[in-house]
Design a protein around this ligand. Structure first.
Ligand SMILES: Nc1ncnc2c1ncn2[C@@H]1O[C@H](COP(=O)(O)OP(=O)(O)OP(=O)(O)O)[C@@H](O)[C@H]1O
Ligand SMILES: [Mg+2]
Length: 312
C-alpha cells in the first residue's frame, strides 16, 4: 500500500529538523568545540550553538508544514473530484439505462398499436367495404338515391382504410420487421420524399443479411427523422442516402442540397421551444455506442453521418 504524500511530508516535517539539530550538535560539540577550546571565544561559541540549534530546524519545520498543508488541500480536492466523478458516472449509467428502456417500450407500444389497428380496425373496415359492395350489387336499380348515398359511404370507408394503413406504416413499418433495414430505408425515402418532388439517390447496395433488431430500429428511426427533417425544413431538390457496411461499422449518410441551417443557432433556442428530432437522433445513436456528425450551414445544404459499431 503506498503512503500518501501528505503523510510522508508529515514525517519529514519532524524528522528533518531533528536530523539537522543532531548534525549541528555533532559539529558544534565535536570539531567546532575543539577549535574553540584551542582558541577561546566561548561567548561566540555559545551563540553559534543557539543559532544553528534553533533557526535551521524551526525554518525547516515551518516550510514543511506549509508544503504539507498545500498537499493536503490538493489531496482533499482530488478526493472530492473523484467522488463527484463516481456520482456523475452513476447518474449517466442510470439515465442511459432509463433511456434504453423508454425507447424499447416505445417501440413495443408502437408495434402493439400498429398490430391492433391492423387486426381489429383495418379488418373491420375491410369487411365493411366488402359488405357495402355486396349490398350495392344487390340493390335494385329503382333505389338510385340510396345507391348514391351508399357509394359515398363506401368511398369514405376506403379512404379511412387507406389512412389507417398509412398510420400503421408510420407507427412501425412492416417492411422493417419483415425484410430488414435496407428495403425499409428504400421504401421510406421514396414514399416520404418523392411525394414532395425531391429526387432521391439511394446508394445502399443490396445487403441481404439482417442486423440485430435493436441496431436496425436505431438506424431506421434516425434516418427516418433525417428524411422527415428534409421534407419539413430543407426545400431540397436532391437527396443522397448512402449506407456502407465496413468491417466493424455501419455508416449511414444523408445529404441534401436544401436551405441548410446554423447548428449553433439551435443551442440558443430556449428549451421547450425547439424540436427534439436531432437530439433524439443523437441519443439513440449514442445508446448503441455510435456517433452522429451533423454538418450544415445556411444555403449550404445539410449532411448527417451516423456511424455505429457492428460486426457480421
Ligand atoms: N435537413 C435540414 N435542412 C434544413 N434545416 C434543418 C434540417 N434538419 C434540421 N433542420 C433545422 O433544425 C431544427 C431542429 O430540427 P429537429 O429535428 O431537432 O426539430 P424539428 O424538426 O423542428 O421538430 P421535431 O423533429 O421535434 O418534430 C429544425 O427546426 C430546422 O430548423
Ligand atoms: Mg425534426
Amino acid at each position: 500500500m503506498s503512503i500518501k504524500l501528505s503523510h510522508r511530508l508529515h514525517l519529514l516535517q519532524w524528522a528533518l529538523p531533528v536530523l539537522i539539530l543532531i548534525m549541528a550538535m555533532i559539529h558544534q560539540l565535536g570539531p567546532a568545540r575543539y577549535v574553540h577550546e584551542m582558541f577561546g571565544e566561548w561567548a561566540h561559541y555559545g551563540l553559534e550553538i543557539l543559532f544553528y540549534g534553533t533557526t535551521g530546524p524551526v525554518v525547516m519545520w515551518l516550510t514543511l508544514r506549509t508544503v504539507r498543508t498545500w498537499v493536503e488541500q490538493k489531496e482533499q480536492a482530488e478526493a472530492e473530484v473523484y467522488r463527484l466523478n463516481g456520482e456523475l458516472q452513476q447518474r449517466i449509467d442510470e439515465r442511459t439505462h432509463l433511456l434504453k428502456q423508454i425507447i424499447r417500450v416505445q417501440e413495443e407500444e408502437r408495434k402493439r398499436i400498429a398490430r391492433d389497428l391492423h387486426d381489429d380496425f383495418a379488418q373491420t373496415l375491410t369487411a365493411l367495404t366488402i359488405n357495402l359492395e355486396t349490398a350495392l350489387q344487390n340493390l335494385p336499380a329503382s333505389m338510385s338515391p340510396l345507391r348514391e348515398y351508399m357509394v359515398r359511404v363506401q368511398d369514405l370507408t376506403t379512404t379511412t382504410l387507406e389512412q389507417t394503413y398509412h398510420w400503421i406504416q408510420d407507427l412501425r413499418p412492416r417492411v422493417l420487421d419483415d425484410l430488414g433495414l435496407v428495403p425499409a430505408i428504400r421504401w421510406y425515402a421514396e414514399t416520404r420524399l418523392e411525394a414532395y418532388g425531391v429526387k432521391v439517390h439511394l446508394d445502399i447496395g443490396n445487403i441481404r443479411w439482417r442486423l440485430p433488431p435493436e441496431l436496425e430500429t436505431t438506424l431506421f428511426r434516425t434516418i427516418q427523422e433525417a428524411l422527415n427533417n428534409i421534407a419539413k425544413h430543407a426545400q431540397a431538390h436532391q437527396v443522397l442516402v448512402r449506407l456502407v457496411f465496413t468491417d466493424g461499422h455501419v455508416i449511414a449518410e444523408i445529404e441534401d442540397d436544401g436551405l441548410g441551417f446554423d447548428p449553433q443557432e439551435l443551442l440558443k433556442v430556449h428549451e421547450g421551444m425547439r424540436g427534439i428530432g436531432l437530439l433524439g437522433m443523437r441519443e439513440r445513436v449514442s445508446l448503441v455506442g455510435g456517433q452522429l456528425t451533423l454538418d450544415s450551414k445556411p444555403d449550404g445544404g445539410t449532411r448527417i453521418q451516423i456511424e455505429v459499431p457492428w460486426t457480421a
